[in-house]
Design a protein. Structure first.
Length: 274
């Protein structure tokens, strides 16, 4: 299983600007699998420009699938209200098709109450060494994982938390928003591959572009799974800490970077913006 924190400081990067991507490659894309926080948002909010970009992509025949670490509770509403094909929650734990309020579990959990108790115990163990960490406000809406605020944790402290979780038999990742205690082997790429295999069979890897900005998006940048991946510009904050790096990077950060990618996709299809 790949680790999220294993790249040595000062590691090299081969990021190319999005402007170098070929129009042929872009014209093949029919599904955009994208992170949400820091990738679709701008300073934590959706913008009118972002929502228009999603509408334009849908009208062009390019579907968008949100792949987020956010909780099942949050994602349930998003998947039904936004012009998207669906959304994955909890870093690959669950899938919400756009027209189905009931989540499809990607990580098998035989006994939910027992699973939540085990996660709570693991969190309390972490608090004995890091008393400052606090449970995230949305944790009560979660099913497969347990989250706490990333706050001002240093990279060294995040590495220690990762190691402690591994010793307890759990996986660990983090984003610009939260830290996640999760089942080992649960990540965005594996969850997305399962969704493609079982629910969205019409898309080949060459028809998919994956998009993200944080360490919990790292598996989406693994080119052995997804040949075409894009980081919005704020990924540069983390890029030397990632084992897998995006193939391309946008000029703009956050949601504006996603809109930059959307513009390239629409131009490759010669579809005018509305």
């Amino acid at each position: 299983m790949s680790r999220h924190l294993s790249v040595p400081a000062g590691g090299s990067t081969n990021l190319r600007p999005l402007s170098e991507i070929s129009s042929t490659c872009l014209s093949n894309i029919r599904l955009v699998a994208t992170d949400m926080d820091g990738t679709l948002t701008k300073r934590g909010k959706f913008t009118a420009t972002l929502l228009q970009a999603l509408e334009d992509l849908a009208a062009s025949g390019i579907q968008v699938l949100i792949v987020t670490g956010r909780s099942a509770g949050w994602v349930s509403g998003l998947s039904s209200l936004m012009p998207i094909a669906g959304a994955m929650a909890e870093n690959g734990g669950l899938f919400f098709p756009s027209k189905n309020q009931k989540p499809l579990t990607l990580t098998p959990i035989p006994d939910l109450a027992e699973h939540r108790q085990h996660l709570a115990t693991a969190f309390k163990q972490l608090q004995t060494k890091f008393p400052q960490i606090q449970e995230s406000a949305d944790n009560c809406f979660r099913i497969t994982d347990w989250t706490f605020d990333v706050a001002a944790l240093s990279f060294s402290e995040l590495q220690t938390l990762d190691n402690l979780c591994q010793q307890m038999g759990w996986g660990f990742t983090y984003s610009n928003v939260q830290c996640h205690i999760k089942p080992q082997g649960q990540d965005k790429a594996l969850g997305l591959l399962q969704v493609l295999r079982e629910y969205l069979l019409e898309y080949s890897p060459e028809q998919i572009v994956t998009v993200g900005d944080s360490p919990n998006d790292e598996s989406l940048f693994n080119q052995s799974y997804f040949p075409v991946s894009v980081g919005v510009a704020n990924v540069l904050e983390y890029v030397n800490k990632l084992q897998y790096q995006p193939a391309y990077v946008t000029t703009s950060a956050e949601g504006e970077g996603f809109c930059e990618l959307s513009s390239y996709l629409l131009k490759s299809l010669e579809i005018p913006r509305s």
